[in-house]
Write a protein that binds this ligand. Structure first.
Ligand code: MTE
Length: 326
């Protein structure tokens, strides 16, 4: 996920583009970009996401449980060693193989999660108390990273909808915003020489995505407590989206009306959109997303639409242009 900001790119690296585009074409390109941005903005303004509930209906009434048998894949699980030693967690390091060591000693007790915003019953949950209220289960999910590697992870967690229904989102709530702990004393990356990301790491989902029974908050893996490098003590897992949506070490969940900012979109909006659904047909501007490297396997696999969860989630995006809403 190492990318360059326009400011970081040396002029020598863009000479090709300049000689290739004469000034007239360049101006045309700029005009087209401006039009595309304006169209996207207009589309969003005219098409806010629909309310999740109908008048008179409560969020609790529409929470769908996972079907009997759950959503777990029966594909071979990635080893515990790989899951816990190859991590993206920029608060610790940008080097995936260094995170596990740096994360040892991360203090996760006591831990609270504030659930607030457009809700009738805002509450700061002590994590231990919360875990007594919500049923925990194992979910074996694929995780596909935008960098083209993938894993199969046996999470322990609970449906995010179970938590949201307790705080009763109001009818105005359209999105859910998430925030990671901000603590430069514990997270060297938050004060070290810039990764370019703004801290704290933030993410967001549309309310209907957040309420989907596939979406979980994970507190463990392989039947054990979540290791710090994987986002202890509580992280989001949205298996049909690129891994960066699955924000780690969450301290705040806020229900809001407008689409919230997200860490990677703030950093490079052309490269990382709000939706970030796994889509083999829409390339990242600098690489194809058609194939992936399953960690621990030889050769490449074909990436599946919505990471293989199309049957469960495709209807959430009906009528949307997934090239515009990438
Ligand atoms: N959450 C925070 N707070 N900081 C991060 O750097 N990295 C994301 C996501 N959540 C990240 C984060 C990315 S890019 C990926 S691919 C997944 O976490 C990786 O999760 P894993 O290390 O458990 O495989």
């Amino acid at each position: 996920m190492l990318i360059k900001k326009p400011d970081d790119i040396k002029s020598s690296e863009i000479t090709d583009k300049e000689t290739y585009l004469n000034r007239r074409n360049f101006m045309r390109g700029a005009a087209l970009l401006a039009t595309t941005a304006a169209t996207t903005w207009l589309y969003r303004e005219l098409n806010p996401p629909p309310p999740v509930t109908r008048p008179g209906e409560k969020i609790a009434d529409i929470v769908k449980p996972a079907p009997a048998g759950g959503f777990s894949t029966d594909e071979a699980k990635t080893s515990f060693k790989d899951i816990t030693n190859y991590n993206n967690f920029y608060e610790f390091s940008t080097d995936k193989q260094e995170v596990s060591e740096l994360a040892q000693g991360f203090v996760t007790k006591p831990w609270s999660v504030a659930v607030e915003g457009l809700v009738n019953k805002p509450k700061v949950y002590d994590l231990d108390d919360l875990l007594k209220l919500v049923p925990q289960e194992e979910r074996i999910y694929r995780l596909r990273c935008v960098e083209r590697w993938s894993m199969v992870i046996p999470w322990v967690g609970f449906s995010l909808a179970e938590l949201l229904k307790r705080v009763e989102p109001t009818a105005q709530a359209r999105y859910v915003a998430f925030e990671t702990l901000y603590d430069p004393k514990q997270f060297p990356g938050q004060s070290g020489l810039g990764t370019g990301l703004d801290w704290p790491y933030v993410e967001g989902l549309r309310l209907d995505e957040a309420m989907h029974p596939l979406t979980i908050l994970a507190t463990g893996l392989y039947g054990e407590k979540l290791p710090p490098q994987d986002g202890a003590p509580i992280r989001l897992v949205v298996p049909w989206k690129y891994g960066f949506k699955s924000i780690k070490s969450i301290v705040k969940i806020k229900l809001v009306e407008q689409m919230p900012p997200t860490a990677w979109n703030l950093y490079a909006p052309r490269e990382y959109g709000f939706y970030s659904n796994v889509n083999p047909n829409v390339s990242h501007p600098r690489w194809s997303q058609a194939k992936e490297q399953r960690i621990g396997e030889y050769g490449l696999r074909d990436t599946m639409m919505f990471n293989g969860y199309a049957e469960q989630v495709a209807q959430l995006y009906q009528g949307m242009d997934l090239r515009v809403n990438f």
